[in-house]
Every structure is written in C-alpha cells, then in structure tokens.
Design a binder for this molecule. Structure first.
Ligand code: ZN
Length: 394
C-alpha cells in the first residue's frame, strides 16, 4: 500500500502550524541560501550504481542518552539509592533489575537486545571487547549527536538544541531523492525538535514528533484513541512525549504505510536521567527494548519486510560515569563521548566489534550501504560505513 498524499499533507501542515512564523521565514532563507551549496558537496550521487543487497528496508532506532554502562553491564547497584539515584522504592527496583551475574542483569534490563540483537547482529562499543564507539562532535548533547548520526558529519557549528532547521542534508533526505525511496521514508520521534533536525520542510520527509497527534485521515482508528489518551495525561515534559505514543505511531506506520526507511527516536531515558531518577531511567530502557522487539517482530511477519530489513540501533551521546555525573552529559562531563551501536540484518555478520574504534559519524553511510548505496562517496565529509557491516562471504 502506498502512503497517502493526504497523510503527507496533514503531517506537513501540522509541522507548518506548529512552527513560528519567523522559523518558516528562516527556513525559506536557509533553503534559498543552501540550494547552490548543496550542488557542490551534498548533492545526491544519483549516477552511482546501487549494489545489490538483500536489505531493502532499514529500521533506524535511537534511544536518547542511554549509557553503554547499562547496555553492556545491566543495572548498577551503586546507583540504586535515594541520594544519587533518586530511587523511590529501592527493594522493588532491585527485584526488577538486580541479578547475581552481569549476564542476567543485562537480560533483565534489555532482554530483546541480548537475546536477539547481540546474538544475530553486530555490536560496537563494548569495552569488554576493547571496542570503542564515540561521538566525534565536540558538544555531546542531542541535536549535534542526531545531526552526526543522520548526516555523518560531526559539524562543530551545530551547537544548540534550538529549533533551527538543519542546514545539512541527512542521509534520510539523500535517500529520499533516489529512485524507490520517494515518499517511502518516515520518522516518529518523542522529542519535538526532530522536524528541524530532519528539516521536514525542505526534505519533504514526514516527521511526527513531540505531542503532535498521531491520527491522520484514512489512518487506523486506534490512533484517535491514543491521541485522546495523550490529551488526558499530564505532559510532564513540554517538548518530549512519552515513548509509548512514539512506539504506537511507528507500529501503525509499519502496518499501514510500510515505509522503506523508518526512523524511530525514543527519548524518555535521557529525560528521566536528567531528572535524577535511576529507577524510571531503567524502566524506560526496559520498555524501549520491548518496543523495539515488537516493531522488529511485526516487520518479520510482513512479506514487505521479512528477511530483507536491517535494524540500526544507537544513542546520541553518553553520560557521566560517576554516581554524581550519570545524570548529565556535556563536553565537561567525562564519559559523555562514549556511545554504543548495534546493527542486525541479512547483510551483517554477527559478533562483537573487537579492538577497534568507531564513531557516530559512520552511521549515516552504514544506513545507505545496507541499502546498496554509497553515501560516503557522494558526501566525502561523512564518515565511512562501519567496519564488518557487510558480510563478504556471499
Ligand atoms: Zn540530555
């Protein structure tokens, strides 16, 4: 089923409605200024011959500010207190996530990651394997991180989380202009800055973000019920909706729109950490793992996706590495550069990356490479695809 133009129209209108007038004018100016420059450096290399791959679709998922310490080590008991972890019910939290071995702690926190992604896919950034994954941009907060993930360029001038339309072309926008991808790319994001990071107005990629309604004309009625529920709940964060709504929007999108590239950006982990709530941070990580499982399993039951979809999973930045610092992240908090990346799909040999360093800037070209396209050649400033991303034995 082809995505409806009505739906696209309503999403773009919603973005326009939610934008302030001066941002619209700024965007227009940015587009006018950037059009000639794109011709020199970022123009899609539409003449390049795509390589034949089994992967026809990519599910890109980010979990905002989820530390490698929890991904690879599970819950940390030394944070399970009132003073440093803000934990309300310490015994209940221990029961949920504390186990006698690291292996069991990991499985308690992120069961899908450890039972499926880490077994069938490739994992980068696990220090136990002397693997380092890090951000290359100097800022170590969200917009610069998502810009690096999506463009492959660690641009130091991207230095604010404000709603500035991204001057750079993301790999999503680059793919969007290639045959077979037009109107087949979607994004569902908990944080309301994503329409600007992906530059929805210029790229034409529909981005459903923040507390924006999920329902659209001709869409499933369940989305209307979800919107009603969202209206009735306290909006604890003005700019970030609860990840459950992002998950349900993405799930409906898979079932009804069947995009070839779907980006799902979860956000609660970062916000609960900033709030100093280790209990709610862990609960959010666990829920997000289950959302990813459900999205992936749904895809594997659909002929459009089964056996021809790759998952790319990562985070936008690390956080501090002490009981005091874990709540935050910046260029002044040691450890904020450390991230983790996982890729699973028919192209990628399973295993842990060993004794190597990779960067966030390599993700954009990896997404394109999984789909048979050479983004790094077209945009040489971007990082090259991740090592051992593609099996060489076929
Ligand atoms: Zn943050």
């Amino acid at each position: 089923m082809k995505p409806s133009s009505t739906w696209l129209g309503s999403q773009v209108t919603a973005v326009l409605r939610s934008s302030r007038r001066n941002i619209c004018l700024l965007t227009l100016t940015a587009v006018l200024l950037w059009t000639p420059a794109r011709g020199m450096s970022d123009e899609p290399d539409t003449n390049s011959n795509p390589v034949k791959r089994q992967t026809e679709n990519v599910l890109l998922v980010t979990i905002d500010g989820l530390r490698w310490q929890e991904v690879f080590g599970g819950a940390d008991e030394s944070y399970m207190d009132k003073e440093f972890g803000g934990v309300k019910d310490i015994d209940a939290l221990k029961q949920r996530f504390l186990r006698d071995t690291q292996h069991r702690r990991c499985n308690a926190l992120m069961p899908f990651f450890w039972s499926t992604i880490a077994k069938q896919g490739r994992v980068y950034g696990n220090p136990e394997h002397d693997s380092i994954a890090r951000v290359e941009n100097p800022h170590m907060f969200s917009y610069p991180g998502y810009n690096e993930i999506l463009t492959g360029i660690a641009d130091p001038s991207i230095d604010s989380n404000d709603k500035n339309p991204n001057p750079h072309v993301t790999v999503l926008e680059w793919l969007h202009q290639l045959p077979g991808f037009n109107n087949r790319i979607r994004a569902f994001c908990s944080w309301d800055v994503f329409p600007y990071i992906i530059n929805s107005e210029r790229s034409g990629i529909p981005v459903n973000a923040g507390w924006q309604p999920l329902a659209y004309d001709g869409g499933p009625t369940v989305l209307k019920a979800l919107d009603h529920t969202a209206d009735q709940l306290p909006h604890y964060w003005e700019n970030v909706r609860y990840d459950y709504f992002t998950f349900r929007g993405a799930l409906a999108c898979i079932e009804y729109e069947k995009p070839r590239v779907l980006y799902v950006a979860f956000g609660e982990t970062d916000d609960w950490a900033h709030a100093g709530r280790y209990d709610l941070y862990l609960d959010a990580a666990r829920r997000t793992d289950q959302y990813i499982a459900r999205l992936w399993k749904t895809m594997q039951k659909m002929p459009e996706y089964a056996g021809k979809t790759s998952l790319v999973l990562t985070t936008d930045h690390g956080r501090g590495d002490t009981r005091e610092d874990w709540k935050s992240h910046s260029d002044e908090i040691p450890g904020s550069q450390a991230i983790w990346i996982a890729v699973m799909g028919p192209e990628t040999p399973p295993g842990h990356s060993e004794s190597e360093t990779v960067t966030q800037s390599q993700i954009a070209a990896s997404i394109a490479s999984l789909l048979g396209h050479d983004y790094h050649a077209a945009v040489p400033r971007s990082g090259p695809p991740l090592p051992q991303l593609i099996r060489h034995d076929r």
